[in-house]
Write a protein that binds this ligand. Sequence first.
Ligand SMILES: C[S@@+](CC[C@H](N)C(=O)[O-])C[C@H]1O[C@@H](n2cnc3c(N)ncnc32)[C@H](O)[C@@H]1O
Length: 316
Amino acid sequence: MLNRRISFARSPQSAADRLVHGDNLPVLEALEDASVDLIYVDPPFGTGSVRKGRAIKQGDAAAAYKDVPNDPERFVDWIQPRLEHFHRVLASHGSLFMHLDYRAVHYVKVALDRVFGRSRFINEIIWCYSVGGKSKRTYARKHDTILWYGRTADYAFYPDAIRVPRKPNSHMRVVTTEDGELVQEKTDRKTGKVYRYPVNLGKVPEDWWADIETLNRADKERTGWPNQKPERLLERIIAGASAEGNLIADFFCGSATTAVVAQRLDRNFIAVDTEANAIDCAASRLEQRGNELAAAGTPPRDIDVERVATAVAAAS
Ligand SMILES: C[S@@+](CC[C@H](N)C(=O)[O-])C[C@H]1O[C@@H](n2cnc3c(N)ncnc32)[C@H](O)[C@@H]1O
């Protein structure tokens, strides 16, 4: 149901988070300059087909949304005004993470370089997974690309929030220091300088992520929404580039993976989707997770579920 408030009785009350049904363009137009701290978007990839998931409630038709045509030039024309708004609404320390695959990433990279400036490009994150079919005629296409841009050179980054364990069998030797600390150690051949990395501190991941599997059919996290992304992926993105209380935006939210993680990590959120089914799915997922947080003694902010007044524009 739209135009309602999901309440978790948080005290003291603070501004509600927003779950919006509609085209993201008018929603973006209405946002103030520099008002968002982090944007993650996972737009339709341009498969040219209807993306089908499975029924979200028993007896419903399979959840689905119509993808944009398999035409990257048209895709860029369509997304261009949205990219300009992403740039406008980001705070100076803000970041955009744009999730794409091989079909459109090279076209969108050029468009983003033009909007943000090439010097604002930070990382091309390669997210590797193995679930799904394989072709007999190609190397299996088992990665997506997430482009990270900073609004300015002074973008926020919290490396200590996203450390992962060090590889036990790396090229470095493991030694115990004089202080009893376990470190990985290497010696620079040219300079003889010794580098030591405490094992218990872990490390900041590289720009390829192979430690987060995509959701399988039976995964507990599955909502039925097609192309749903794993929460762990969003945890790394949100924890690494935002702080508690920041505003996180997802303008192609689907089942609201970004919003669910923002809610759990005590960030504010605005999440938008054109499909009424996506908003229903997102609202019940956020309500359930919010109730779990409330039961554990950490109620999240209320959520306003809204419908934008403008007509819902098709993505094609
Ligand atoms: C790849 S899915 C997002 C999946 C999401 N990351 C998740 O974890 O569930 C892309 C979403 O973009 C939505 N969409 C397409 N065009 C849109 C538009 N103009 N405004 C808002 N949402 C749109 C689709 O309905 C679809 O749910």
